[in-house]
Design a protein around this ligand. Structure first.
Ligand code: PMP
Length: 445
């Protein structure tokens, strides 16, 4: 299997200097919060699949729901003129989840990149219906990640995810993220930095002309960019600026929805009601590729009350509203509520964050510790604290490997170690992750 993996699988995301991931570990089994590799080595999965396996790998109600649905209606399209009972029930369920966020309609997709693409397209269409066809541009944050499709790649903040694929969508502009550890303003106070970033947004809008901008897209807490929770004033400030300028606000909650941050949505932490909310990942706990774009009541009404004929949606996927995916999502949301995982995410997130701050006292490689909002944490590693020189790939790869050998799978993203374990993590599981990281740092210190 190892030879076949090297010969026939293409692993475009694997960097040759990343010692653990090259070749990538072959995972052969998973149960609870633990995964097992081909050599029989068992670890706590501190990556949580890929931020999505919130309920762990052994969720019987989801397995039962999938099996039952396969016997009744394994597939039917919701693309045009047909729908199914499972997806209707799911839309109702999502409405109850997200009504506090002002989001009442659901459009179904096959994953996060699809959800982002859908929101970008619908934002442009919304303005066209309202007679503002000139609103076509998109703004986003420099550290943001919005998936791999051409629209999502265009609004990705990290140039590494864009430049190889250019030319991308014209009219996409990126403003500085409220990232205290490094920012162009050299500002370390979170509140003042939030104000500076909001001013940068105002300046960009003035420069572009408000009437040319369709939407601003942001993650309520930046995820793949290195887990960066903004100051509490930031997202409300973005909302106010967008509303004042007729710009739609798209919350990319592909990571943050369904409890990861300790709340049902990331936007709710900041008291913000977005116009679109992109979800995917944890909606089926990894059991089925699925996503949903939640749409604000007022935005949906513009489409529904259209008399121009521009609202006809030339948009939908073969697997939109897949009945098996919808059945999986319904069971997943039920379990998420029953186990009250957002509360556990908040408690375990605090424990993990505190433990990481303790590790920082011990290891000078740890330049910045981020977290404190549920089970998403990051360590930004530097080879020198004063100059903040990012750690080299070899050392962080060796650290990842040593941590893995000591019992925890962690994710490396640039100079960051990212932790996003299942939300059903116990106190002792969290301690296993911290102990394994301690051993990992000791091995490379
Ligand atoms: N948006 C965000 C915020 C993400 O983190 C991701 C995936 N990591 C995506 C979009 C893309 O999702 P997918 O990989 O399911 O297409």
């Amino acid at each position: 299997l190892k030879e076949m993996n090297a010969r026939s699988m293409w692993h475009p995301m694997t960097h040759p200097a990343d010692s653990h991931a090259n070749p990538p570990a072959i995972i052969t089994g998973a149960a609870g919060v633990r995964i097992t590799d081909i050599d029989g080595h068992e670890t706590v999965d501190a990556v949580g699949g890929l931020w999505n396996v919130n309920l762990g790998f052994s969720c019987q109600p989801i397995k039962d729901a999938i099996a039952a649905q396969l016997d009744v209606l394994p597939y039917y399209s919701t693309f045009r003129g047909t729908t199914n009972d499972q997806v209707i029930q799911l839309a109702e369920e999502l409405r109850t989840f997200f009504e506090p966020d002002g989001l009442t309609r659901a459009f179904f997709t096959s994953g996060g990149s699809d959800s982002v693409e859908t929101a970008l397209r619908l934002a442009r269409q919304y303005h066209k219906i309202r007679g503002e066809a000139g609103r076509t541009k998109f703004l986003s944050l420099k550290k943001g990640y919005h998936g791999t499709h051409m629209g999502g790649a265009s609004v990705n903040g990290n140039a590494n995810f864009r430049t190889q694929y250019e030319p991308l969508l014209p009219g996409c502009f990126h403003i500085p993220a409220p990232y205290t550890y490094r920012n162009p303003f050299k500002e370390s106070d979170p509140e003042r930095l939030a104000q500076l970033c909001l001013q940068a947004l105002e300046d960009e809008i003035a420069f572009q002309g408000a009437g040319t901008i369709a939407a601003f897209i942001m993650e309520p807490i930046l995820g793949a960019g290195g887990v960066i929770p903004p100051h509490a004033s930031f997202m409300p400030g973005v909302r106010e600026i967008c509303s004042r300028n007729g710009i739609l606000l798209i919350a990319d909650e592909v990571i943050t929805a369904f409890g990861r941050t300790g709340s049902w949505s990331g936007s709710r932490h900041w008291g913000v009601q977005p116009d679109f909310m992109c979800t995917a990942k944890a909606i089926t706990n990894g059991y089925f590729p699925f996503g949903a774009v939640m749409i604000a009541e007022g935005v949906a009404e513009v489409f529904e009350n259209d008399t121009t004929g521009k609202a006809a949606i030339g948009h939908g996927y073969t697997y939109s509203g897949h009945p098996v995916g919808a059945a999986a999502a319904l069971a997943c949301l039920e379990e998420t509520k029953r186990l009250n995982v957002p509360d556990n995410a908040a408690a375990r997130g605090t424990q993990l964050h505190q433990g990481l701050l303790e590790l920082q006292k011990k290891y000078s490689l740890i330049g910045d510790v981020r977290g404190g909002r549920g089970l998403m944490c990051a360590l930004e590693l530097v080879s020198d604290q004063a100059s903040k020189t990012p750690i080299d790939k070899k050392t962080i790869g060796a650290l990842q490997e040593a941590t893995y050998q000591a019992g925890a799978m962690v994710r490396v993203s640039g100079p960051n170690i990212i932790l996003s374990p299942p939300l059903v993590l116990t106190e002792s599981d969290a301690n296993v992750i911290l102990t394994a990281l301690d051993a990992g740092f000791a091995a490379v210190a």
